[in-house]
Design a protein. Structure first.
Length: 462
């Protein structure tokens, strides 16, 4: 008696390597050069005793970021995976801590950042065309929905949008540098009149590192990078080199036009400088530039944030709906929609508090720095646990480089708890809800995404 041959179930779609070095550089630069560089320099100047201290702080921020990037380059090339930090934390600390991190990524970190950037976009778009009392929130919601749709269309659409936006963003920063250094007059007090008698290095570094934040998002596309062992470290190095150079030059432009005292006293440092350099036209241009920068960072965060949510869904039966990868568009469609829905809820929360930007900063900072510190510690644990595992890229000057990264992240965790308010408590409360969800039984009938063999991470056929 013959039987019909059984049909094997097709393998689920998984991420494919489609991103080159330039794409990753555009992603990282686009995330890092957000709205921070147009506001944080005033806060740095207000807490720096001399122009030299201020400029040293921006150089130091680049070096600290580079130390962290080298740690992530080793982790991402040794364990390439769309889950990024989630995967490293699972390997180092186990499922429970990884669950908490993925919950934080779903509900606090990228979603809070997307809502924050939505408000930056909304605030400056409102200066160009006001939609009424709720104008910033309306613009923020439109931005989130539009960029989510662009990324759902496909990775190729998302990456080309990101490349174009990053080009416009960097071009705008170069415009500020050129206007300040070449066109505007030099302020008489540019090299004198300190705003602080002693530099408050703690606050200075908090604001500087906030402005450098975002380069770690490259880890979430490591499984989609062509030749990640070579291209990912190269992209991180180039990205942070470009960002550091631009940050130093733009602060020199601010310093030349406004002076240290003028920088520290300015409520809108970029607008004030451009108004001196190019008049009211310059102020309008800077509003448009900041809106573009917010869109650029938000698009990159939407693209990378959904990758962790996808990996979380693969590992957690309770959230398995999130683990649907659309092979045609090469995107985690369900994860993108859930991420957008949570971001819209946070935008609504910001509208109700009437201080959307500040609320989102407080909401995300402590949770972000907590897991950043743990990711650095994971490098030490995984090195000790698997000393013979091939590492295509090894962090230079080990263990000092990762020690600097962990110590800095730990300090910023402490500082974020000390200097934030109610929003931080809400973020920590949401994280606690994730801890409660851990008490629910989890099925172990299927292998987790993080336990699959390394060759799947590289997308080779089994």
């Amino acid at each position: 008696m013959s039987t019909a041959p059984s049909k094997s179930k097709p393998a689920p779609a998984v991420p494919r390597p489609l991103l080159g070095t330039i794409d990753v550089i555009a992603l990282v630069v686009g995330i890092v050069i957000g709205a921070g560089i147009f506001s944080a320099p005033a806060l740095v100047a207000a807490n720096a005793a001399t122009p030299t201290h201020m400029m040293l702080a921006w150089l130091l921020g680049g070096l600290i970021s580079l130390a962290g990037a080298m740690c992530y380059a080793e982790l991402a090339t040794t364990y390439p995976h769309s889950g990024g930090d989630y995967h490293y934390l699972r390997l180092a600390f186990g499922r429970k801590l990884a669950f908490l991190f993925a919950w934080a990524r779903l509900t606090v970190i990228p979603t809070g950042s997307i809502a924050l950037l939505g408000y930056v976009f909304g605030d400056y778009a409102t200066q160009i065309w006001n939609l009424g009392p709720a104008s910033p929130a309306i613009y923020a919601a439109i931005m989130v929905i539009s960029l989510t749709l662009l990324n759902i269309v496909g990775l190729q659409t998302g990456k080309w949008t990101q490349n174009l936006l990053t080009l416009l963003e960097v071009g705008g920063v170069l415009l500020i540098i050129g206007a300040g250094l070449l066109l505007a007059p030099t302020a008489p007090q540019a090299l004198s009149l300190p705003t602080a008698t002693v530099s408050n290095w703690g606050l200075v570094l908090i604001f500087v590192m906030l402005t450098y934040g975002g380069w770690n998002e490259a880890a979430y596309v490591s499984a989609e990078v062509v030749g990640p062992q070579r291209n990912l470290p190269r992209a991180l190095l180039w990205s942070l080199g470009i960002v550091t150079l631009l940050y130093v030059l733009v602060n020199l432009a601010y310093l030349k036009v406004l002076g240290l005292n003028g920088m520290g006293a300015s409520p809108a440092i970029a607008s004030d400088m451009m108004r001196i350099a190019l008049g009211n036209t310059g102020a309008t241009l800077i509003a448009l530039l900041i809106a573009i920068s917010a869109i650029t960072s938000a698009n990159a965060t939407i693209l990378t944030g959904a990758r962790t949510t996808y990996a979380f869904g693969r590992d957690t039966p309770m959230f398995s709906l999130l683990a649907r990868w659309h092979s045609g568009s090469n995107t985690p469609v369900h994860a993108l929609w859930v991420q957008a829905a949570i971001s819209l809820c946070l935008i609504l929360m910001g509208a109700l508090t009437r201080s959307g930007f500040a609320t989102m900063v407080e909401y995300t900072a402590p949770v972000f720095w907590l897991f950043f510190t743990l990711s650095g510690i994971a490098l030490f644990i995984l090195r000790r646990r698997s000393p013979d595992l091939p590492r295509p890229f090894q962090v230079p000057l080990y263990p000092w480089t990762p020690l600097i990264f962990v110590a800095t992240s730990g300090y910023l965790l402490y500082a974020s708890l000390r200097h934030t308010g109610v929003g931080a408590l809400v973020g920590l409360a949401v994280l606690a809800i994730g801890a409660v969800l851990l008490s629910f039984p989890q099925s172990t009938s299927t292998p987790s995404a993080s336990d699959l063999p390394t060759k799947e991470f590289n997308h080779e056929s089994p």
